[in-house]
Design a protein around this ligand. Structure first.
Ligand code: GLY
Length: 340
């Protein structure tokens, strides 16, 4: 079992284990109150509902199930969950467990951050993406008609419990998507080595990825500067995700975004051939489809006229080398010259 301490506005522990024997020993001490609301989606409930309810049977457990998929990050599901907590008598002294991937984590986190102005939250991720990224760092959100994650809060969990056991039942598409995010970490830091990534999911791999995230969010909890490094590959990745109407998975879009990151980094930093080869080797280590069916113009339009932009320049995370990312502001003209 591996452990990491996160030092944000509230401090909490990440536990990474394999095999569920130690579940209670790792989780029980973080549960506040007598009542626990476990929020999960329809896919996870088929596999693990009984198991989790049994593990937590010493408490009064309420299981709330939401439909699987991004559409559950909606105001309807958000208010449904708040109403359920209220009618089941939850107080600020009880606990929510977000048991799932990014959607359940973001939705449950936002519910936890606002129910009675904040109720204890434990994140138990069940996808690789949520295990190495979204369960840590306190970003919570729901979507609006006009865009993803437009309503949310920074709300740190009381604990994060990752167990590789929950990742064994993932479909191939989800695994591929998760490794897209892991490849990002392998480019951000040399600690996530190519060998470690190629060996597949392990406690050590999750630990090394989360250590990078932990170090960044501990220094910049609310993304005023450094936390943006975690967006490596995401600027173009999000554009492709949106152009595909979310038909291409997040991690696969990140990998496609990394190809553009390399293209731009090459021009901006004049990378050597050996640096380019090394970066390419990492991006391609899981044989992701790196092709992109969208034109440079379509991508430009999404990247440059994103609601969050200032209309003139866009902040990109670029690579000076493997393990040496830099945040650079590029004008629309510069981006155009780099990606066309
Ligand atoms: N997923 C990027 C972040 O948490 O900041």
């Amino acid at each position: 079992m591996l452990k990491l301490k996160v030092k944000t506005s509230t401090k909490y522990q990440i536990t990474i284990g394999s095999g569920l024997e130690g579940f209670n020993q790792s989780v029980d001490k973080y549960i506040k109150g007598d009542k626990v609301a476990i929020i999960m989606d329809t896919n996870v409930s088929k596999l693990y509902k009984n198991l989790l309810e049994e593990k937590l049977s010493a408490k009064k457990v309420f299981t709330y199930i939401v439909p699987a998929g991004e559409n559950s990050k909606s105001k309807e599901q958000y208010f449904n969950l708040l109403e359920k907590l209220c009618s089941d008598g939850f107080t600020r002294h009880d606990t929510i467990i977000a048991f799932g991937g990014g959607v359940v984590g973001d939705l449950s986190g936002f519910v936890a951050s606002t129910y009675m102005r904040g109720i204890a939250l434990i994140q138990v991720p069940t996808t690789i993406l949520s295990a190495v990224d979204s369960s840590v760092g306190g970003k919570t959100a729901i979507n609006l008609e006009n865009g993803k994650n437009l309503v949310g809060a920074f709300y740190q969990p009381r604990a994060v419990y990752v167990n590789t056991e929950f990742l064994k039942t993932l479909p191939d598409k989800e695994i591929k998507s998760g490794f897209g995010e892991i490849i990002k970490y392998a480019l951000l830091s040399k600690k996530v080595t190519l060998d470690l990534v190629k060996n597949g999911i392990s406690e050590k791999l999750i630990y090394e990825c989360l250590k990078i995230k932990r170090d960044i969010v501990s220094k910049d909890e609310k993304e005023s500067s450094l936390r943006a490094l975690l967006n490596l590959g995401h600027t173009v990745g999000h554009a492709i995700e949106s152009l595909s109407k979310y038909q291409i998975s997040h991690g696969e879009c990140v990998v496609k975004g990394l190809i553009y990151t390399l293209k731009i980094s090459q021009k901006v930093f004049n990378l050597t051939q050996s640096q380019i080869d090394q970066i390419n080797k990492i991006i391609n280590c899981y044989n992701h489809d790196t092709s992109c069916e969208y034109s440079a113009e379509q991508i430009m339009n999404k990247v440059c006229f994103d609601k969050k932009g200032d209309g003139k320049a866009v902040k990109f995370v670029l690579l000076k080398d493997v393990g040496n990312p830099k945040i650079v502001s590029l004008t629309h003209q510069q981006i155009k010259e780099c990606i066309e």
